[in-house]
Design a protein around this ligand. Structure first.
Ligand code: HEM
Length: 309
């Protein structure tokens, strides 16, 4: 996959990477955001409803192998899991449709984003790096709302819900198109820790917990798509749709083991754009920009030498 031909997007992507490097420090071989993570493997099984939404292969095949990566927030590879900045957590999923053919979902545990586009996000990161984002927040209500959204520490990566944040255009076999956003809901139910309990946990508690959970049996997530009404804003990650919008049950993912290859972390570059027939990007400006950012930092990581988590 090449970088976009629009030089402004590539420039903004590079500026964002440089700003993340400034904020979190350079950690060669690690991601500049969501640096601390773990990879698992499993299977996705679609519901019958899924094909009414999209003709994408994983919605019609009986099952599709997946790779999933859970992560803490920030570009600090040693961040304690109970650090408040470790939220939002990340969940990236790759559906392996065939040899070198795949489509991804990149999701996070907060439903929303602080800014509508990358330029504003760069300004936000700069304000944080300068030590006082209060005047930025005063002028950007969506960023303020995002910062103020409670982000409690989960009891487990498997008791957290994750959101794609950006919308996609789902097209089914009849050519019918609807916009939707993924929600990835834990089969184990939501469970969070109060601040005092989180503080008392081990800095690696989420990763240790996942190891014992996987050893005991598969970890299930239900994938849902919240579908927009016509007229809903579909190209702005800061805008939530009303809660009464229909939910399509898309399928379930069962994670069964840790990924066997230690180097898979470093190699894999998740793509926020689905690039599969039947699931198209919406006009959200974050999508193309993030695809460029992740490609730049993924290539940098691959060149950095030895395997890292
Ligand atoms: C302009 C906005 C954004 C920027 C600049 C940004 C930046 C980054 C960067 C640099 C990475 C590391 C990529 C890699 O090296 O492979 C990353 C990963 C990630 N981002 Fe973003 N991000 C943005 C928006 C978002 C949004 C809206 C979400 C929520 C859906 C999100 C969720 C994630 C997750 C889950 C990962 C980890 C993926 C993995 O496990 O490989 N990001 N982001």
């Amino acid at each position: 996959m090449p970088l976009p031909s629009d030089e402004r997007i590539v420039k903004l992507a590079n500026d964002l990477v440089a700003q993340l490097d400034t904020l979190f420090g350079l950690h060669p071989g690690f991601r500049p955001a969501h640096a601390k993570g773990v990879m698992l493997t499993g299977t996705f099984t679609p519901t019958h409803e899924a094909a009414s939404l999209t003709r994408a292969p994983h919605a019609t095949h009986a099952s599709t192998p997946v790779i999933a990566r859970f992560s803490d927030g920030t570009g600090v590879p040693t961040i304690p899991d109970n650090d408040p900045n470790a939220s939002p957590r990340g969940l990236a999923i790759r559906f392996q449709l065939g040899e070198h053919v795949h489509t991804d979902i990149v999701s996070q545990s907060t439903d929303g984003f602080p800014t509508r586009n990358g330029q504003e996000f760069l300004e936000f990161l700069r304000a944080i790096a300068a030590g006082d984002p209060s005047s930025f927040l005063a002028g950007h209500p969506a960023a303020l709302a995002f910062v103020q959204t409670p982000k409690p520490s989960p009891a487990s990566f498997a008791t957290e819900a994750y959101f794609s944040v950006t919308a996609f255009r789902f097209v089914n076999a009849k050519g019918e198109a609807r916009f939707g956003r993924y929600r990835i809901v834990p089969g184990a139910g939501l469970e969070f820790l109060d601040d005092a309990t989180a503080k008392a946990r081990d800095p690696h508690y989420l990763f240790d917990e996942l190891a014992s959970r996987i050893a005991a049996g598969p970890v299930r997530f239900d994938l849902q798509v919240q579908v927009a009404n016509s007229g809903d804003v579909v190209d702005d990650a800061t805008i939530h749709w009303p809660a009464d919008r229909p939910i399509v049950n898309f399928g379930s993912m069962n994670l069964t083991a840790f990924a066997p290859d230690d180097d898979s972390h470093r190699r894999i570059i998740f793509d926020p754009i689905p690039r599969v027939d039947g699931i198209e990007p919406s006009g959200d400006p974050l999508l193309e920009l993030r695809a460029a950012v992740y490609l730049l930092t993924g290539r940098r990581r691959r060149q950095a030498g030895q395997a890292h988590a």
